[in-house]
Design a binder for this molecule. Structure first.
Ligand code: MG
Length: 388
């Protein structure tokens, strides 16, 4: 029986994690749930899974939640970063699922890794903002990191049972998002509503925009660099619109091992929780004759500038990926609020990166500092763009 702390329980990954956990009640037990502001959903999750602890973002929401629970369960309610850290590091937690979006998940995830918890990692920001620190800390703490992202899960599955020194390169696949075949002219006019409609995956708002700009694919390359200890030059991005192959690994002799599956997050979530086993799930077998064809193409980096910018940030390293992350957060919000166009997202990120003098990251605080520096700079640049 594995005791689980789930950070981000009301988000897309959180809800799917609970489906996986519910499907194996003899294997997994929820000890703690961490959510942001969606206390309606959290309330029903508490009633169903009866965790010992739950944490929300602030004291006001904690109070509301307590009133609504009205001592129907013995769940203790905590709040804020302190609350998230406390539940992520509870002594009887075996694995913490880090599925909070944005920077609120950074410190709790880092703390879990520091105390040696196994972490099933869905929170993208932490590897981008502080990848070197997280991997160092994980080594010291003695816990393992299991990626939940479908691409990294595929890479992990393709590496399993092979010798690391035989690995030549990683081929990171991506659907190309909803605008893959759009012209630059058409791209300049896309709306947030169009960008939120991903052809293959249903996801949260921020990650949907990051997929549409393809920044997400570059960010996944940075994550792969840290998770699998490879150089950025060893990672190739390949578009694969059917999203059946979730990534591949090439070995020195030219053999390529790929992982294929339905595009459904329950598969990588289940593997992260049961590694190295592939346990029975509720999805039907994949019929490849139904799919018919698998196709591949190179991404157009001229159209999708964010892909190039994120790969460049990964190569430059040090504080630059944190700056990319901070600038992108501001740019995506501005796009969702209708303040800037789709093509102004990379413009905002690029200008912020240009103004940054990189520095080495020696602590998580420095990483957060670089991220926040980028957010302030990006907001200044944004005001100028909007003013014109
Ligand atoms: Mg992905």
């Amino acid at each position: 029986m594995k005791n689980i702390c789930l950070l981000g329980s009301t988000g897309y990954i959180g809800v799917n994690s609970l489906k996986v956990i519910k499907g194996s009640p003899h294997r997994y037990r929820i000890v703690a749930l961490g959510a942001g502001k969606n206390i309606d959903l959290l309330l029903s999750q508490i009633q169903e899974f009866k965790p010992r602890f739950a944490a929300v973002i602030n004291p006001d929401l904690a109070k509301k939640l307590k009133i609504r629970l009205n001592s129907r369960t013995n769940t203790e309610i905590l709040y804020g970063t302190e609350g998230y850290i406390e539940i992520a590091t509870l002594s009887d937690v075996d694995i913490t699922i880090a599925a909070m979006t944005g920077s609120s998940g950074l410190l709790p995830t880092f703390s879990a890794v520091t105390v040696g918890k196994d972490v099933a990692l869905a929170n993208k920001e932490i590897l981008v903002v502080a990848g070197s620190l997280l991997m160092k800390e994980s080594k010291k703490g003695g816990g393992k990191i299991f990626p939940i992202d479908s691409e990294h899960s595929a890479i992990q599955q393709s590496i399993q049972g092979h010798r690391r020194e035989d690995l030549k390169r990683i081929i990171l696949t991506g659907s190309g998002g909803p605008f893959k075949d759009f012209s630059l002219e058409r791209l300049s006019k896309v709306t947030p509503e169009e960008a939120l409609k991903h052809p293959k995956w249903r996801m949260g708002r921020k990650i949907s925009i990051d997929s549409a700009t393809m920044l997400n694919k570059g960010v996944e390359a940075i994550e792969a660099k840290w998770l699998f200890n490879v150089e950025m030059d060893q990672i190739e991005i390949l578009l694969h619109p059917q999203s059946i192959i979730h990534s591949m690994v090439e070995y020195m002799d030219g053999s390529i091992i790929a992982q294929l599956a339905r595009p459904d997050m329950r598969i990588p979530i289940s593997y992260a929780l049961s590694y190295p086993r592939h346990l029975r799930g509720e999805l039907p077998s994949l019929d490849l004759s139904d799919i018919g064809k698998l196709s591949f193409e190179k991404p157009d980096k001229n159209k999708f500038r964010c892909l190039d910018l994120s790969l460049a940030a990964g190569k430059i390293g040090e504080s630059m990926p944190a700056v990319l992350n901070g600038a992108n957060e501001v740019a995506v919000n501005a796009f969702l609020e209708g303040k800037i166009s789709f093509l102004e997202i990379p413009q905002l990120i690029e200008e912020t990166m240009e103004r940054h003098e990189t520095f080495p990251l020696n602590s998580i605080d420095q990483a957060i500092e670089a991220d926040q520096w980028a957010q302030s700079r990006a907001k200044e640049i944004l005001e100028r763009i909007v003013g014109n």
